[in-house]
Design a protein around this ligand. Structure first.
Ligand code: SAM
Length: 511
């Protein structure tokens, strides 16, 4: 017995093409389509398994899946179906046994409920409807997550657990700094800056500082940047003295000058000092033999310990004069490098001629009293001393001292040697100020490129018969044999004539 649940079929269609239409309808429901390869089976009462074929759909009374299928397939004719209740399963056992039963089969006990093919009209609608077409972007909607899990739960949970952050970007307040969860890295404050980055920044800053130095380039040796990490942040290069409180430069009107005109005559220029027992001028410079445009110290002057008086701003020749070597500035390139055992040192990538001006020692100019305090502090902290006494012409407690520790020039990196290749000479460009002058370094001999530049920090210790006084870093005791002080800075110059120490520790003056 066949029960038409829909009453929506025309009998001819139902007879001839029931399977085709139903199949195409379900084939677009991959989750529900009872494909032939996956037939639903249930045990018939008192007989073998009975298959429910793909084109014949029976409403099951004891299977939720089949129940669902039934409702689904009758969607379009639910009104009619609701008018005709299902037969009670207890009265008539269900048999699904292949194609539409023949009249003979009707005589059997079972009742087959066949879902008929849709009417032509319905079929047209189904075929024309969008969702029957094969569409790879087709997505199921409205289906229970119980059977078809989606990630909607996770999405909802994420939204609920971590609502969108609305934090004022006030990173000065540490509590406002977001702690990112589930992202690539921690929040900014927890991000450790790699050492290289910090170091690179300091090296960059140091190079910027180097570039501010006037004259030929001053560079930092390759590979030694890392050593400068601490130093770079606390040091500035300067191009002139920094006059500090308590230092009074003599007014310009007190300065002297010559009236030689555009070109000074070395035999009569009044700027030049005279020999002690004659009117002969002491001429400090001459042209280099291999480079006439370059002025170097005369061999005679190199033997002296005397101040160089260059022409001043009050001279008629101004700076074009041959007698203004130091004022014209540095002519050699310099390189700061790490010595390994004596901290940083200085060298030049250029060969340097004998008597050639190299650089001036610069720094803060402070009164001696201030220098004494700074020196005590330095001794108790880092041990390095950058104090250079301006005590060449006067010998009292009223002198000025140059401190190159925090502000200075490349010459600040020159180390001590007991067999130096450079020396410091005092140079006056004012003639009127006995307490303020330049500390200029000249080479004592020809220096090949890339040789460390050194000078004697305590020249007075060896010049025991000298009549002139000298000063150095830490000061040298005039005309005295240096005694070894076990607490003094040990000299590491490595020269054969090494005196063993930089200067005696009991030094309190700046000489
Ligand atoms: C004017 S600084 C020279 C630059 C210093 N090396 C630096 O790294 O800044 C003087 C200091 O360098 C060190 N120094 C210079 N010459 C030295 C030497 N021959 N032996 C041992 N230490 C020396 C001493 O610590 C001294 O106080």
């Amino acid at each position: 017995m066949v029960i038409d649940l829909t009453r929506d079929s025309d009998s001819d269609e139902q007879q001839h093409q029931p399977q085709k239409t139903i199949h195409s309808f379900f084939s677009n429901l991959p989750h529900r389509s009872p494909s032939s390869s996956n037939q639903l089976k249930r045990k018939n009462r008192g007989s073998e398994d009975t298959s429910v074929s793909s084109h014949r759909f029976s409403p099951a009374v004891n299977g939720s899946a089949n129940h669902n299928n039934y409702n689904y397939s009758n969607k379009s004719s639910s009104t009619n179906a609701s008018k005709k209740p299902f037969p009670a399963p207890e009265q008539e056992p269900l048999i699904s046994n292949g194609p539409t039963p023949s009249p003979e089969t009707q005589q059997q006990k079972a009742i087959s409920v066949v879902i008929p093919s849709p009417s032509q009209q319905l079929r047209r609608e189904i075929l024309n409807s969008e969702w029957t077409r094969v569409d790879t972007s087709f997505k199921l909607t409205g289906i229970s997550e119980k059977y078809y899990p989606t990630d909607a739960y996770e999405k909802r949970a994420q939204k609920g657990a971590y609502p969108a952050r609305k934090i004022k970007k006030d990173y000065n307040n540490r509590s406002n700094i977001p702690l990112e969860i589930g992202q690539t890295g921690p929040s900014p404050i927890l991000t450790a800056q790699p050492y290289t980055t910090v170091h690179q920044q300091l090296a960059k800053s140091f190079l910027r500082k180097l570039s501010k130095i006037q004259g030929p380039p001053v560079t930092l040796a390759r590979g030694d940047e890392r050593m400068l990490t601490d130093f770079a942040a606390n040091f500035e290069f300067i191009n002139t003295y920094k006059i500090r409180k308590g230092v009074q430069p003599v007014p310009e009107s007190f300065n002297g000058g010559c009236d030689c005109g555009p070109g000074c005559d070395p035999r009569r220029c009044t700027c030049l000092s005279e020999e002690e027992h004659s009117d002969d001028k002491i001429v400090p410079y001459r042209a280099a033999t291999d480079k006439p445009g370059l002025m170097v110290l005369t061999p005679d002057f190199m033997k002296r310990t005397s101040m160089i008086y260059e022409c001043s701003s009050r001279c008629g020749c101004r700076r074009k004069c041959w007698n203004s070597v130091v004022q014209k500035g540095r002519t050699v390139r310099l390189e700061i490098f790490h010595t390994g055992d004596r901290g940083f040192g200085l060298r030049s990538p250029d060969p340097i001629r004998r008597g050639q001006f190299i650089d001036c020692y610069l720094g803060e100019v402070i009164p001696k009293k201030t220098a004494d305090v700074r020196e005590d502090l330095a001794a108790s902290t880092h041990g390095h001393s950058y104090l250079f006494g301006l005590d060449f012409l006067i010998d009292d407690d009223d002198i000025y001292v140059v401190d190159g520790q925090k502000l200075g020039s490349p010459a600040r990196f020159m180390n001590h040697s007991c067999n130096p290749n450079c020396r410091m000479l005092p140079v006056s460009r004012t003639h009127g100020d006995e307490r303020l002058y330049d500390l200029a370094f000249f080479s004592l001999r020809s220096i090949p490129a890339n040789t460390e530049l050194t000078f004697d920090y305590n020249p007075g210790a060896v010049r025991t018969n000298s009549t002139a006084s000298g000063s150095g870093v830490g000061g040298g005791a005039k005309g005295q044999k240096e005694k070894i002080d076990p607490s003094a800075v040990k000299c590491l110059c490595g020269e054969k004539n090494c005196r063993g120490q930089l200067w005696p520790n009991q030094r309190k003056g700046t000489k």
